[in-house]
Design a protein around this ligand. Structure first.
Ligand code: GCV
Length: 691
């Protein structure tokens, strides 16, 4: 076809489907009203005014219908929950009204039913953690610079663009129930608590407040000596205690609804109470006492590991279990979902449920540090669903991580969940159009930890990609449903497992490229001179002429013993250990017989190959939906899938060729041969190659 014909066809397609160019900046908030609504509300306030405005802008119910916003106490409504019916939202608080309105609009816009229903949040604090540095960079951020902090002299000034963006950010968060933001990196700057910085936080807080979002800060425990002029930062020293109390008072004076602190202590070089011979409880409680009079909380991270320990995965349990019951009731221990570090697949951290007299909150990673940055399309909700539904057995069957952490099993004064944000200054906020789905999914799961990843994907796709034509018609009757929604939803739901397959299958973990600290691409060989051994890949895969995998059984590191029965016996035994965790818990011979009859080496080969083929299929699926997607978003995703195909191949070739040196077995002849050379891959910085 000639160029002219191509262009004509493109214009015709655009016209036919009413596909306006979109850059993704509007996220899932694209819904426009299809008629008018008559709002009845006795009160007015900044939050209620937002609720009313949202109703007017997005109403897709009956034209001219009456809709009531009613603040009336009801015992069945918890915290900022609400009761929703077709003509009314009732809540105890103004925020409950706002959340109810967003839920109503979501249901209208996605064609879901609206019945008389009570909706209460699973967690009280639903918090984003921004790993944003004061110079504007974002640690593990792949979507541009920070939306809060800018480098240079004008870094502390606030301009209209900032205000506009923060408002959009607040609206997006509120629409999915997020109610807290930690504005800076857990590897925090000592300047965070200076007057200048706090003034900036005040400005952000003012924009977020009407949307119900509290601000929190990450701070260094050594702040009293770093910026306060004290000789020590020992948490039990009276001068140090006073310094923190005064600082907290200063903060609450300018930010009355300040949420509290997030602390990374004695971890990866960050200061902590152990520097003074004190415990995590001593440090956390001292801060908890300071914020308590103002209703603040302390989120204290359990991400700790020691250089040279036999098994890094055991450390958090070892350090925190002896402290169970010693923390104040406004301290919550923030625990990463997996015991190592946000790998594509990990079993849950055994602290969940084992800590019975201490509040515990999950930390999830929305930014794709180990799952392909913003280059790869990986929908993370499946991973979080798998984690939240994991049985801990701590209080019998049904003690899932979700129920353990949301207060259903252990009474916690505060319940919370955190997600490490994937947000930056990129026009589409997250770097990849589909990475927005992970921000969305985090919020939805934080609100309701029983939602399925399938339902969330369905909602997100309808809100983010449906076109006017489909929205006004009955969604269920549309061919959009069959030809766009179904295949793309399937793609999303398969994407996380595909990534596991082509990068770290069967329980392999931490074998990524570490060069330049990129954490992108394969690096099972990664072991530069002089590096800590727990930062090398061999520490984790332990490939040798016998076999592969980390022996965490009772004969190995003993990590299995940190799990409640029947899990510890299950993980100990290769016959009962789920194959998805096989090499996490066991070191097995290359010819170990898998359940499907293949030997382990062959299974690895087939699984890597499967992962690559899955991404190739994603490409085909996406290409086929072109008529249903606006041009910009279509081609952006298409380009990224191309890169993803390329990296999946690199992962497969790099890992198989490297491990083959130990297995000394052929790659089964019915799968595609490696196209790269191991020497070449080992010498190449893959981030350069993948650009
Ligand atoms: C913010 C991993 C990441 C670090 C991160 C750390 C943490 O080590 O690579 O970038 O630091 O986890 O969660 O504290």
């Amino acid at each position: 076809m000639s160029m002219k014909c191509n262009i004509l066809l493109f214009i015709l397609i655009l016209f036919a489907f009413n596909l306006h160019a979109e850059d993704g900046h509007n996220l899932w908030l694209r819904g426009k009203s299809s008629g008018s609504v008559n709002i009845v509300c006795a009160k007015s306030s900044s939050t209620l005014d937002i609720a009313k405005q949202e109703l007017v802008q997005g109403w897709q119910g009956q034209n001219g219908a009456k809709f009531t916003l009613k603040i009336k106490k009801d015992k069945a409504i918890k915290s900022d929950g609400f009761i929703l019916s077709e003509n009314e939202v009732q809540a105890n608080t103004e925020l409950g009204i706002l959340y109810g309105v967003y839920e109503l609009l979501r249901r209208q816009q996605t064609g879901q039913t609206i019945q008389n229903e009570i909706c209460n949040p699973s967690y009280g604090c639903r918090v984003l953690n921004h790993w944003d540095n004061l110079d504007g960079t974002v640690e593990r951020g792949y979507a541009g610079h920070s939306i809060f902090w800018h480098d240079g002299e004008k870094g502390y000034a606030v301009n209209d663009n900032d205000r506009k963006l923060w408002k959009e950010y607040a609206r997006a968060n509120a629409s999915i129930g997020i109610n807290g933001s930690v504005l800076n990196n857990v590897n925090s700057s000592k300047l965070m608590l200076t007057k200048q910085c706090l003034e900036k936080v005040k400005a952000v807080a003012e924009l977020l407040r009407p949307y119900g979002i509290k601000t929190y800060l990450s701070v260094k425990l050594s702040s009293p000596s770093l910026i306060g002029g004290l000789k020590t930062s020992d948490p039990l020293n009276p001068e140090v205690i006073k310094w923190w109390k005064d600082k907290v008072k200063e903060i609450y004076k300018i930010i009355p609804d300040f949420g509290g602190f997030l602390i990374k202590a004695n971890s990866e070089g960050e200061p902590g109470p152990q520097d003074f011979g004190r415990s995590h409880a001593d440090g956390a409680n001292m801060l908890a006492d300071a914020v308590k009079p103002f209703g603040g909380i302390i989120m204290w991270r359990a991400f700790v590991y020691e250089a040279n320990s036999k098994d890094r995965a055991c450390q958090a349990y070892k350090e925190f279990m002896p402290l169970d019951g010693q923390f104040r009731d406004n301290v919550i221990i923030q625990v990463k979902n997996g015991p190592v570090d946000f790998q594509p697949r990990e079993p849950f951290t055994p602290l969940f449920g084992a800590l019975k007299r201490t509040s515990v909150m999950p930390e999830l990673q929305i930014t794709q540090e180990y799952l392909g940055h913003s280059i790869q399309l990986v929908y993370l909700a499946n991973m979080w669903e798998e984690f939240l539904k994991s049985e801990t057995y701590q209080e019998g069957i049904g003690s899932t991580v979700a129920r353990i952490t949301d207060g259903s099993i252990f009474p916690q004064k505060y319940t919370a969940i955190a997600g490490v944000a994937n947000i930056g200054l990129d026009t589409n906020w997250c770097g990849h159009q589909f990475a927005q789905s992970n921000w969305y999914a985090f919020g939805r799961l934080a609100w309701n930890n029983q939602l399925t990843s399938e339902k969330i994907a369905d909602e997100w796709l309808k809100l983010t990609f449906s076109q006017k034509k489909e929205k006004s018609a009955n969604l269920n009757a549309s061919d959009w449903l069959k030809n766009f929604l179904a295949p793309v939803k399937r793609l999303m739901l398969e994407s996380r497992d595909a990534t596991v397959n082509y990068s770290m299958p069967l329980g392999l973990h931490h074998i990524f490229a570490g060069l330049n600290n990129t954490h992108y691409g394969p690096g099972p060989w990664f072991s530069p001179k002089g590096i800590r051994i727990d930062w090398t890949s061999a520490y984790y895969h332990k490939a040798d002429s016998f076999g592969i995998g980390f022996d965490r059984t009772t004969k190995g590191s003993g990590a299995v013993s940190q799990y409640h029965e029947p899990l510890s016996s299950q993980f100990e035994n290769p016959a009962t250990c789920p194959e998805i965790y096989l090499l996490w818990f066991l070191h097995l011979p290359w010819d170990y017989k898998m359940k499907d009859g293949r030997i382990l080496w062959n299974e690895l080969c087939y699984t890597y190959d499967k992962g690559v083929n899955e991404v190739r299929q994603f490409q085909k699926t996406w290409d086929k939906v072109q008529p249903y997607v606006d041009a910009q978003r279509f081609s952006e995703v298409q380009c990224k899938l191309r890169l993803q195909c390329h990296d999946a191949q690199v992962w497969k070739d790099g890992c198989l060729l490297y491990f083959q040196q130990f297995s000394k077995r052929p790659i089964p002849f019915d799968i595609e041969r490696p196209v790269y050379d191991l020497d070449y891959l080992m010498k190449t910085d893959l981030t350069d190659m993948l650009k």
